[in-house]
Design a protein around this ligand. Structure first.
Ligand code: KG4
Ligand code: ZN
Length: 350
């Protein structure tokens, strides 16, 4: 092995994940353990998540090292998601990483979860680097930004209420589907007719101008409410069972239309036709296809395969390698921060 060996740890939500990266982009070990105990509650229960991470993290790291064929003393650094996320869940990973780094006498790097998502596509495609317009869509965030270089992220828009993934999860629950809702809606929607119903496209109007506050911003809670009202009408008419797949498809079409339209606005305004799609919702094939179609031959779309687009340790190690190169080593009194600010995020003044 020639590059540095970086262990990446991810425990910000309901995946206990680790990966061993040989820099720059060779993933030698990769383990993701999803916590299925939350399915019973239709969403992630923070206390259960933290306890489950604590019970599993030793085994997850051990299995990762076994896959990679190396041991703890071979590591050159430990990268860990320090935020944003559920604080109890984050603390498990951060405490574990600190103890390991201290014990080995190796540097620890505190990684921002959404910056890690930004680095995920570069694990599989060395061309997936700035400049690009990035749409980051996960269970907790919806962020549109322009990155001229790594580490400099110009914020264009973000959600004012629910994140895109959260909307998928909530609507799935309304339709009686299992958590996580995104894959369930995608699967059911594939059987439905997405033109059957026209749900609202929040914050998307043709007369918006680049200087308008809502030109790039998103809002999904009103859409969720519109679907909720409609679902209860269908239920009282006794037609919900037959219409469920059409509702799923039509809801998905509304979310995809808003996300793709705002991303294409960013392409037009920045003049940058390289688009990077990141975060768990980037696994949605309808979204990928729509962005690909709208960019057509005039642009390039980057996204990771599902093993790297859903929460995982490899993207954390990859972002950690970048931060380490810049000398961003975390002190041993570093802690988890559920609202960790996005490093390098530039917010344009109005
Ligand atoms: O990035 P991620 O794995 O965890 C967070 O950082 O939140 O994203 C999880 C989110 C969930 O809301 C899940 O429903 C959504 O990503 N998701 C999808 C799909 N796969 C996962 N949403 C739509 N379509 C999918 N295929
Ligand atoms: Zn994530």
């Amino acid at each position: 092995m020639s590059g540095s060996l970086i262990l990446g740890l991810e425990t910000s939500c309901d995946e206990t994940a680790a990966a061993l990266l040989e820099t720059p982009d060779a993933v030698r070990g990769h383990v993701i353990l999803s916590q299925d105990e939350h399915a019973l509650y239709g969403g992630v229960v923070p206390e259960i998540a933290a306890r489950a991470h604590l019970q599993r993290i030793d085994d997850v790291v051990e299995e990762t090292l076994r896959e990679a064929g190396c041991g703890l003393p071979d590591l050159d650094a430990v990268a860990v998601t320090a935020g944003p996320g559920l604080v109890g869940a984050l603390l498990v990973g951060v405490s574990w990483a600190k103890a390991l780094a201290f014990g080995l006498g190796k540097p620890m790097v505190a990684v921002h979860h959404m910056e890690a998502h930004l680095f995920a596509p570069s694990l599989e495609d060395c061309d997936a680097e700035p400049p690009f317009v990035a749409l980051l869509v996960s269970g907790g965030h919806t962020i549109l930004l322009h990155a001229p270089v790594w580490g400099e992220y110009h914020l264009l828009g973000e959600t004012r209420d629910d994140a895109a993934g959260e909307a998928f999860d909530k609507v799935a629950k309304l339709l009686g589907l299992a958590y996580p809702g995104g894959p369930a809606i995608q699967a059911l929607g594939a059987e439905g007719n997405e033109s059957r119903y026209r749900f609202p496209r929040p914050m998307l109007r043709t007369n918006q101008q680049p200087g308008d506050a809502d030109f790039y911003d998103f809002s999904f809670s009103g859409l969720k409410t519109a679907v909720a009202t409609f679902v209860s009408e269908l239920d009282s008419l006794g037609t919900l069972d037959d219409e469920r797949k059409h509702v799923a498809a039509s809801f998905q079409a509304a979310v995809v239309d808003v996300l793709a339209s705002k991303t294409l606005r960013a392409v037009e305004e920045t003049g940058c036709a390289r688009v990077l799609l990141g975060g768990g919702v980037s696994a949605n094939t309808r979204l990928r296809d729509e962005l690909g179609r709208r960019l057509d031959s005039g642009g390039t779309l980057f996204h990771a395969s599902p093993r790297f687009s859903l929460d995982n340790g490899a993207m954390v190690a990859r972002a950690g390698a970048y931060r380490l190169e810049r000398g961003d080593v975390a002190p041993l009194d570093a802690s988890a921060d559920s609202n960790l600010p996005f490093p390098g995020l530039v917010i344009a003044s109005a």
